[in-house]
Design a protein around this ligand. Structure first.
Ligand SMILES: O=P(O)(O)OC[C@H]1O[C@H](OP(=O)(O)OP(=O)(O)O)[C@H](O)[C@@H]1O
Ligand code: HPA
Length: 180
């Protein structure tokens, strides 16, 4: 594994090796296995793009019967980031009465996840919980509870394991943090 990498104009150094990520994914999967045992076919709903790698590893550790799908929050205007109107695309399964577990790569300010939870709750699911690989407590601005957090980190910007810097770095199996 490389200790430092360059993506576009920024340098990154290794922060969390793949083995440590795997342990954190395992621990959160075991909590979900305990909490959802015996519930009617829960639906794991991944938020694209960032969650694809986490979902792939998480779902292999889930021991109850489940369904899996992916959705995307798309900005109407490609240039807007937080605070603008986003639409939910790709939700083809009816979720009324279903137990839904949203799978995210990272909850940072909480803008995206708040929007996603509101969109889903309007469709009357039996329950909605969030499972995120990373949570930034110092950056989170919302009050909605994030039940399953595999790892908590500071306010630094990270890439790898699905997370990108301007679309680069998603395929890295370890997590890297930006250096000044
Ligand atoms: O808590 P927030 O401040 O809203 O940030 C978290 C969101 O930002 C990233 O998505 P992004 O919109 O960059 O899309 P991507 O998954 O395609 O990278 C990430 O995957 C989360 O969905
Ligand atoms: O730290 C981060 N890295 C990559 N994407 C992100 N989206 C929100 N926070 C981050």
């Amino acid at each position: 594994m490389e200790n430092t990498i360059q993506l576009h104009d920024k340098k990154f150094r290794i922060m969390i090796p793949a083995e440590q990520i795997d342990k954190a994914v395992d621990a959160v999967a075991q909590r979900i296995n305990a909490d959802y045992a015996g519930k009617e076919t829960p639906l794991f709903l991944g938020i694209l793009n960032g969650s694809f790698m986490f979902m792939s590893d998480l779902i292999k550790k889930i021991e109850f019967q489940n369904e899996l799908s992916f959705v995307k929050l798309a900005s109407y205007d490609g240039t807007c980031s937080t605070g603008c109107v986003k639409s939910l695309i790709g939700l083809n399964n009816p979720i009324e009465g279903r137990h839904v577990i949203i799978v995210e790569d990272i909850v940072d300010t909480g803008e995206s996840i708040e929007h996603m939870i509101k969109e889903l709750e309007a469709r009357n699911p039996a329950s909605v919980e969030v499972c995120t690989l990373f949570f930034k407590p110092g950056s989170y601005r919302k009050t909605l509870p994030i039940k399953y957090r595999a790892m908590e980190i500071g306010n630094e910007f990270i890439v790898g394991y699905g997370l990108d810097y301007d679309q680069l770095g998603r395929s890295l199996k370890d997590i890297y943090v930006v250096t000044e």
